[in-house]
Design a protein around this ligand. Sequence first.
Ligand code: NAP
Length: 244
Amino acid sequence: MKKTAIVTGAGNGIGKSISKRLARNNFFVLIIDIDDRSGKKTVNEIGKTKSAFLKADISDEKQTASLFQAIIKKYKRVDVLVNNAGIIRDNMIWNMSSEDFDKVININLKGTWLMCRESAKIMKLQGSGRIINISSRAWLGNRGQTNYSASKAGVIGLTRSLALEMGKYNVSVNAIAPGLIDTPLTKKLKKEVLENLINSQPTKTIGNPDDVANAVAFLVSDKTNFITGQTIYVDGGKSIGAGI
Ligand code: NAP
């Protein structure tokens, strides 16, 4: 029987690339997205024998609870959870509404926590599992992203604490912190903002969603049984900070 992997925000960008990679690596991939159209498109691209779409807003507690009930009923187990869904609502703090603060925290941090909680219950009983949380290099700090940085710093704290709780159940919990990656999310940036960001990279390049998918494939492989609670940067060296 194929192992089951859940990927949130899998209708677009990094989540779509991770899903395709896991399907190629022989997982049956459950594509979770708030948007029907893009979620179903991902399934069409991967194929219905290797993936299925389940619609959910990961920030909604009732929806995540019923999502996992449906998953366990039909697929019996959860081998991998990739918490990828996330949003930005950027602004300098003096122009940022508390609604935009709440929205980002609710999806990026609380949504990740809700998905972790439901998966942890199942993986603890199974005595196995891998959880990968997509944070961001921006947790180290970015102007205009007080809400986003806080949410992604929270994801790293959550990852480390959950790794402590799940270690004895043979469940690893790790985070990936991508830098600038070419996705629909970064396409929303103004051209000159994007050019400046690329120029500030040590590599002077923008990453590809597959760069993140490769790190996920590594973390779910059987080569990483002794790695937990860690954060892998996939950022072209931006997190080094000095000397750019
Ligand atoms: P993206 O292209 O915007 O894709 C995110 C997907 O998540 C979209 O399909 C989106 O649906 C879905 N989504 C949003 N809110 C959701 C919710 N409440 N429940 C379920 N699905 C939801 O973003 P991306 O660039 O691939 O980013 C993926 C992850 O990587 C995010 O966590 C992001 O913070 C992180 N990241 C990205 C970059 C980058 O440079 N791109 C860098 C560092 C970290 P809609 O389109 O309908 O909103």
